[in-house]
Design a binder for this molecule. Structure first.
Ligand SMILES: [Zn+2]
Length: 259
C-alpha cells in the first residue's frame, strides 16, 4: 500500500510538472548542442573495445566494428560521452560537451623490429558505414563540412588517431569535410617553393582552420605536432611536422574555402 502511494505521488508530480510551462512561444535563436563529430580508433579488437567503452571511464556515442561493419550505439546523442578529453578546436575547449564521438575498431599502429610504426589498413565496409552514419548525424544536427574532425586534430599534442591511413579523402569526396583544391595546391606549391612563408604564417593558417597552435613564430615541438597532425590528414605520405611548400599550399587552399 505504501509503495502504491509513493508511485501515485510520483506520477502526479510528473504529470503536474509538464503543465507548469507555457510552450506557446518558441525562439528561432537555437541550434543543436552538437557542433562537432570526433573520429577515433580504439587501438583494440571488438570485444576489448566494447568492454573499454561500456565498462570504463571512456565512452563514445557510436562504435563501428571493422568486419562485419556493425554500428553500435553506446550513448544517446543527447547525452555526453567521454571520448575527447582535454581538447580544443576553433577556440572551443573540452569538446565532450559539444560533440558526438565515433570510435572505430582499428589497432592503430604497432612498432616493427626497426622501431617504425606499422599502421593497420582500414576496412572498406567500415568506412562505408561511417559515411552513412556521418551523413545521418550531420543532417539531423545541421552540421557542415567544418564539423568533422579527428582526435589528432583536437588534441595534436597527445593523440594520433585516426592516423595517417585513415581515408579522409573519401569523406571529402562525399562533401563531409573540406579538402584542398588540387589546382590551387599545384599553383601555390610552385610559388611557395621559391620562398617558404614564415612560421608565424603557418601558425596563423593552422589557427584559422581550427587547430590550437602556439602563436610565437618559432618552430617548437608543439608547433611541429600540429603541423604533423595537419599533414597526417591531408598529405599522409609525409607527416614529419616540418613546414614545406606543399603543406603551405594546402593550408592556403583550405583557408580560402573558409571565407
Ligand atoms: Zn581517440
Amino acid at each position: 500500500m505504501k509503495l502504491y502511494i509513493v508511485l501515485a505521488a510520483a506520477w502526479l508530480l510528473a504529470a503536474c510538472s509538464s503543465s507548469h510551462y507555457n510552450d506557446s512561444y518558441r525562439s528561432i535563436g537555437q541550434d543543436s548542442r552538437v557542433q562537432f563529430i570526433v573520429l577515433h580508433y580504439t587501438s583494440s579488437d571488438l570485444s576489448r573495445s566494447l568492454k573499454v567503452l561500456t565498462q570504463g571511464q571512456v565512452s563514445s556515442h557510436y562504435l563501428i566494428n571493422n568486419n562485419p561493419a556493425t554500428v553500435y550505439r553506446l550513448v544517446d546523442e543527447n547525452k555526453r560521452a567521454w571520448h575527447a578529453g582535454n581538447s580544443e578546436w576553433a577556440g572551443r575547449t573540452w569538446l565532450n560537451s559539444s560533440s558526438i564521438g565515433i570510435e572505430m575498431v582499428n589497432h592503430g599502429y604497432r612498432l616493427n623490429a626497426a622501431g617504425r610504426r606499422e599502421w593497420q589498413v582500414w576496412s572498406e565496409p567500415q568506412i562505408k558505414a561511417l559515411i552513412i552514419l556521418l551523413k545521418d548525424i550531420m543532417r539531423r544536427h545541421g552540421l557542415t563540412a567544418r564539423s568533422v574532425v579527428g582526435h589528432s586534430d583536437i588534441a595534436p599534442q597527445r593523440k594520433v588517431d585516426p592516423g595517417p591511413l585513415f581515408p579522409w579523402h573519401k569523406l571529402a569526396a562525399e562533401g563531409l569535410i573540406l579538402w584542398p583544391e588540387p589546382k590551387d595546391v599545384a599553383r601555390h606549391t610552385a610559388k611557395f617553393s621559391q620562398q617558404l612563408p614564415s612560421i608565424t604564417w603557418f601558425q596563423e593558417q593552422l589557427a584559422l582552420i581550427g587547430y590550437a597552435v602556439p602563436r610565437h613564430g618559432k618552430l617548437d615541438k608543439a608547433t611541429q605536432n600540429v603541423v604533423a597532425a595537419f599533414q597526417m590528414k591531408y598529405r599522409p605520405q609525409l607527416h614529419n611536422g616540418q613546414p614545406d611548400a606543399q603543406t603551405a599550399a594546402m593550408l592556403l587552399s583550405l583557408t580560402h574555402q573558409l571565407h
